[in-house]
Write a protein that binds this ligand. Structure first.
Ligand SMILES: *Cc1c(COP(=O)(O)O)cnc(C)c1O
Length: 388
């Protein structure tokens, strides 16, 4: 059996895959098992922020694997404490909690928000407002947090205590807030929801309401974080100070990690045995993340991200069949006239690894992508749309 046949026989069918088995890569270029070359503007859904097999990252990770690959959370780890220190000093937040994925980071934020409110106001004040069209993960609780009906199926009963407000409608958020509300949770750019960039006034308005009523503001930066939007974190575009920030995807550079950061007033909410996970703070993963963060937090690196994004947008808008581009940094949604899933599959067949979000094409290229690779990506997309 080849890779595809084995996969179809032995792996549960929770993803509809493109017809490609990837084997290796370098930068934004990947190769399949037959040696065919692809430009990758998906980065494994915003994960490979430095591209495939960045030399410094490979060295950091392999060196740590050959030094000490894992220890339990009952011991101190310099890789984890260095990463925590770096994140706190870069954001002004106070403490972090490590996990393994975006959904887990969000679970952690939800637990902290509820415990803070429980300790201070009692068990009744436990509701969290999220936004319609959001995406917060695939665990039973984060599905519940996700404000899309299609995700609230099959796995009943879902976790109670979530209410959904219209994005960019501050009155609707206000109408949903009552004495039971403990937090508001949102992505400032809804990634899976179609690269919806929230209005500044809306996000600022929510932050104001939250701070007036001791309601916690949770920003899900799982997709938008770590340089993706041209700032280290996307909330920096909005001038708000969240109480909780969740980070995953891009920070590991390709290894599984999820982090929940919290501000000063929450730093002692969690006590021993209130949360944990075996692999959280794994030193190999943290070594990779330390390396990624060191590279991405540089101002010159971040301004390159915005420059490349603007360059890409300008080229995309010139393509026949592109109706509009929604973009912040290198987080790019492309509105087209054709069916996005159909076009994406055709692009993949023509050597461009691209993804979709709702009815848009979506690009989350490695932050290190070169102009030449961007040019190549645009020209494959242009040709595919023309031939369709
Ligand atoms: C991908 C994503 C998640 C879930 O992350 P996993 O690592 O897949 O659990 C949560 N929130 C946002 C905004 C995401 O894009």
């Amino acid at each position: 059996m080849n890779t595809k046949e084995k996969d179809l026989k032995y792996i549960m069918h929770t993803y509809g895959r493109y017809d490609v088995a990837l084997k290796s890569g370098k930068g934004a270029t990947a190769y399949d098992e037959d040696g065919k070359r692809y430009i990758d503007v998906s980065s494994g859904i915003g994960v490979n922020s430095l591209g495939y097999c960045d030399e410094g990252w490979v060295q950091a990770v392999s060196q740590q694997a050959g030094t000490i690959q894992h220890m339990s959370n009952y011991f101190y780890s310099s890789q984890a404490s260095d990463l925590a220190e770096k994140l706190c000093s870069l954001t002004g937040l106070a403490k972090v909690c490590f996990g393994n994925s975006g959904a887990e980071a969000n679970e952690c934020a939800i637990k902290i928000a509820r415990k803070y409110s429980f300790d201070k106001y009692g068990a009744e004040r436990n509701e969290i407002i999220t936004l319609k069209n959001s995406f917060h993960g695939r665990t039973v609780t984060t599905l519940s947090a996700t404000g899309q009906d299609v995700f609230h199926n099959f796995f009943f009963p879902f976790t109670q205590g979530f209410k959904y407000a219209e994005p960019n409608n501050l009155d609707d958020v206000k109408n949903n807030i009552d004495e039971k509300t403990c937090a508001v949770m949102l992505e400032v750019v809804q990634g899976e929801g179609g690269v919806n960039i929230l209005d500044k006034d809306f996000v600022k308005g929510i932050a104001d309401i939250c701070s007036q009523s001791d309601i916690l503001l949770i920003i899900d930066e799982v997709q938008t974080g770590v340089g993706r939007t041209g700032k280290l974190f996307a909330y920096e575009h909005y001038g708000v100070n969240p109480d909780l920030v969740t980070v995953a995807k891009g920070i590991g550079g390709g290894l599984p990690i999820g982090i929940c950061l919290c501000g000063e007033k929450l730093k002692d909410v969690m006590s021993p045995s209130t949360h944990g996970t075996t692999f959280g703070a794994n030193p190999v993963v943290c070594a990779g993340a330390n390396y990624v963060l060191g590279r991405v937090s540089d101002e010159a690196f971040l301004s390159e991200v915005e420059k490349k994004g603007a360059y890409l947008e300008e080229k995309l808008l010139k393509i026949d069949g592109v109706k509009n581009v929604r973009r912040l940094g290198l987080m790019v949604g492309i509105e087209i006239e054709e069916d996005a899933h159909d076009i994406a599959a055709k692009c993949v067949a023509s050597g461009l690894l691209i993804i979709t979000a709702k009815d848009l094409l979506r690009m989350l290229p490695p932050l290190t992508i070169t102009t030449a690779e961007l040019d190549e990506a645009v020209s494959i997309l242009e040709k595919t749309l023309k031939e369709n």
